[in-house]
Design a protein around this ligand. Structure first.
Ligand code: F6P
Length: 329
């Protein structure tokens, strides 16, 4: 964990990478705790894109009115390839310095934290990270902002699909988000009573899924649900359906939940997590700590060096998938 000694009077806050429900609650906490501590707080729009384009404005208490319940991010977000290059970061650092911004709070995922770490290393701009992504795949934190909401959004859709699957005695393949991560898939799979779960971390196969479904059928089960994470190829549920049809002749229906999992009003759990993490990030900067992320270990908030966060991967728990397999009999 790094420490810095300069006095903090002006902080900047931004959201970066994929948006996640609860990001607004985190921004609100940063702004209101910062102002309560007599800081000037600046909002940076569109993440690193806005930092390089100088889209920075001072935020006041009332700018945060009525946002705790809103999904998305009022500061907007972005993914930037230009910021990955040193020249992009030089431009961003010049703008921050022109505003007199002493320190930053970055709300985002591991790619965003890599950018924050580089800003500290190359330009000595202190930053504290707050993990915001529906994927829950950030090393060093049990939970990320947005995960609980996304799981509940997907689960609601899965419950509805189960109604129609049961009415028609059908097999459904439901695709949820998660490019490299099976957290959403394993959680909704267990909570939604899925027969089989395909996660990037898992090792199931079409043959194994078919065996399970046929077994269940022989015990009198008439409808089944397979959950798959989108993985590297969104739309992979269609490939699975085709493979199942070729191997068994079973005509599986496909439903891709897509970006609806990223939107919507955050759950109470996400609002509380985001409020606590946003406040803890400002507190850490005021104490002179930086180059860290605020994470959770159980109910406790912890500080984790960004270097650790960005160098390690957090994998979904396969035991949830095994349990789902046993329970969906
Ligand atoms: O934010 C994480 C995530 O939703 C992943 O689950 C998904 O694979 C990816 O973002 C999609 O990103 P985009 O909206 O940029 O296509």
């Amino acid at each position: 964990m790094a420490q810095f000694s300069q006095k903090v009077t002006k902080i900047g806050v931004y959201t970066s990478g994929g948006d996640a429900p609860g990001m607004n609650a985190a921004i609100r906490a940063v702004v209101r705790v910062g102002i309560a501590q007599n800081l000037e707080v600046y909002g940076i729009h569109n993440g690193y894109v806005g930092m390089m384009d100088n889209k920075i404005e001072r935020l006041q208490l009332r700018d945060m009115a009525n946002i705790i319940q809103r999904g998305g991010t009022v500061l907007k977000t972005g993914r930037s390839t230009e910021f990955m290059k040193p020249e992009g970061r030089v431009k961003a650092a010049q703008h921050l310095k022109a505003f007199g911004i002493d320190a930053l709070v970055c709300i985002g995922g591991d790619g965003s934290f890599r950018g924050a770490h580089a800003l500290w290393e190359e330009h000595q701009i202190p930053c504290v990270g707050v993990p915001g992504t529906i994927d829950n795949d950030i090393y060093g934190s049990d939970k990320t902002i947005g995960f609980d909401t996304a799981v509940n959004t997907a689960l609601e859709a899965i419950d509805r699909i189960r109604d129609t699957a049961a009415s028609h005695d059908r097999l459904f393949i439901i695709e949820v988000m998660g490019r490299n991560s099976g957290f959403i898939a394993s959680h909704v799979g267990l909570a939604g009573g899925a027969e089989e779960i395909f996660a990037p971390e898992g090792n199931t196969t079409v043959d194994k899924a078919l065996d399970r479904i046929k077994e269940a059928k022989s015990r009198g089960k008439t409808s089944s649900i397979i959950i798959t994470a989108e993985g590297q190829k969104p739309g992979r549920a269609y490939d699975l359906a085709e493979a199942i049809r070729k191997k068994s002749g079973i005509d599986a229906k496909v439903s891709i939940l897509g970006h609806q999992q990223r939107g919507g009003s955050p759950t109470a759990a996400d609002r509380i997590l985001a409020s606590r993490m946003g406040a803890a990030a400002v507190d850490a900067l005021l104490k002179g700590y930086c180059d860290i992320m605020i994470g959770t270990e159980g109910e406790r908030l912890i500080q984790v060096p960004l270097d650790l966060v960005t160098k390690h991967e957090k994998k979904a728990q396969l035991d949830l998938i095994s349990l789902a397999n046993i329970l969906a009999t």
